[in-house]
Design a protein around this ligand. Structure first.
Ligand SMILES: Cc1cc2nc3c(=O)[nH]c(=O)nc-3n(C[C@H](O)[C@H](O)[C@H](O)COP(=O)(O)O)c2cc1C
Length: 398
């Protein structure tokens, strides 16, 4: 019979397939998030081994973690010497120790090499064995400001521990959000093929002012930009997003700059110092003649005069930089779509054009053509899968 944790295995991706994540849970109330975090890791293919301190086991029922992970949590070490049998050096050892949440107590003990709970014992072995360690501190702000805790956090950084968060909010130094912790785990265990590459994703939609209130815009949500930036982050790149208006939530671990009208974006282009620039943004082709104030509806209608805007893409083309453009059409067959994408590729000197027919795009799913010099391929599936295929091609791996 299948355990419920197996039903969700690899439901989102295979990125963590074959990887063992030891999830250390210490005594912060943020431990209640661990159930969902463990399931997120499993959805990406990880085998998750829950380990709990006695305080954590008072806050979250060990049975809940057993249900989440399909195995009972290790709440105290036993005759199996789980700390050394789980986290051993080399083949067969855990791939990551993720301590979420990390209490002030556990932070300080790990920094000082003290191990007197199953979680701190795992950390002592991991830091000696060279196993990657991620910790997400969570505590009251006064505890966080305690000089001893600050010193111990600094010591952890110096020991190579990746600290995610905390997020300072009023009186709390709250644990980083689950999505941020998951992203850190995916980046730590992902392919790292884009490590050291500076990647810029320009996404969202332009908004050209008609008067002081109204704008001329389009329906682009920014989802493709977010998928590309998330995939590049997971693959080790230093990613930045420049976003027009958008409906998606850009996570805090991806630095973002905003632009409104096209003129603002034009003013930013010279600052791009990236090795790879991807532009899924739906940028305006025309700008209206702006009128001051708010046009009065009593006018009963008026004519809008539009001026053509320059193209941003050719201004981004540089020696040694990979530039990827996007071409959306509606209601054209694939041969015509490929021909138009090729025209764009050659006209602007791009490395790759991603073309799609917006009339066949569904929520989160798409079918695109990847058009490069002398070559066209089709990719279908979730936007996440398409983002990876685009990065593969752009990095010369597809
Ligand atoms: C309801 C409750 C919530 C707590 N939340 C936190 C917290 O967020 N961060 C923290 O450092 N300690 C918190 N504590 C205190 C720790 O549980 C306590 O310091 C404990 O000794 C930590 O042990 P551990 O690190 O072995 O889990 C909390 C205690 C209680 C009772």
């Amino acid at each position: 019979m299948m355990h419920p944790s197996e039903e969700i295995f690899c439901a989102h991706s295979n990125v963590l397939r074959g990887k063992t994540v030891v999830l250390g849970i210490s005594g912060s109330i943020a431990a209640v998030e661990c159930f969902a975090l463990a399931r997120d890791l499993i959805r990406h293919g990880a085998e998750v081994v829950p380990v709990m301190t006695p305080s954590a086991a008072e806050m979250v029922a060990p049975m809940a973690m057993e249900f989440a992970c399909g195995r009972p949590p290790i709440c105290s070490l036993g005759g199996q010497a789980e700390h050394v049998s789980l986290i051993n050096e080399g083949e067969g050892g855990a791939d990551l120790l993720l301590i979420y949440p990390a209490s002030a107590n556990t932070v300080s003990k790990v920094a000082l090499g003290i191990d007197d709970t199953s979680v701190t014992s795992m950390a002592t072995v991991a830091l000696g064995a060279g196993t990657p360690v991620i910790m997400a501190p969570a505590m009251h702000n006064s505890m966080y400001r305690n000089p001893a805790v600050q010193r111990n956090l600094e010591a952890l950084r110096a020991m190579g521990v990746s600290l995610v968060g905390p997020v300072i909010e009023d009186l709390r130094a709250k644990a980083a959000g689950r999505d941020e912790v998951l992203a850190a785990a995916l980046r730590a265990l992902g392919g790292k093929d884009l490590e050291g590459r500076r990647v810029l994703v320009i996404g969202g939609r332009g908004e050209e002012p008609v008067d002081d209130m109204r704008v001329l815009s389009n329906r682009s949500s920014g989802l493709m930009a977010l998928e590309l930036a998330s995939a590049a982050h997971r693959r080790g790149a230093d990613v930045e997003m420049w976003m027009g208006a958008h409906d998606v939530r850009v996570p805090s671990y991806i630095p973002m700059r905003r632009f409104g009208p096209f003129s603002e974006l034009l003013g930013m282009l010279d600052e791009a110092e990236h090795d790879m620039v991807l532009v899924p943004a739906a940028l305006p082709d025309f700008s209206p003649e702006r009128r001051g104030g708010k046009i009065d509806s009593a006018e009963g209608g008026f004519e809008l005069r539009l001026h053509a805007l320059p193209k941003a893409l050719p201004l981004l083309v540089r020696e040694g930089r990979t530039v990827v453009g996007f071409k959306a059409e509606s209601g054209v067959d694939e041969d015509a779509l490929a021909a138009r994408a090729r025209g764009r590729l050659e006209e602007h000197g791009l490395d790759l054009v991603v073309a799609n027919d917006v009339s066949v795009a569904g929520e989160g799913m798409a079918r695109v053509l990847l058009v490069a010099a002398g070559d066209v391929s089709v990719v279908e599936g979730s936007k996440g899968r398409i983002a990876d295929a685009i990065l593969d091609r752009a990095a010369g791996r597809g």
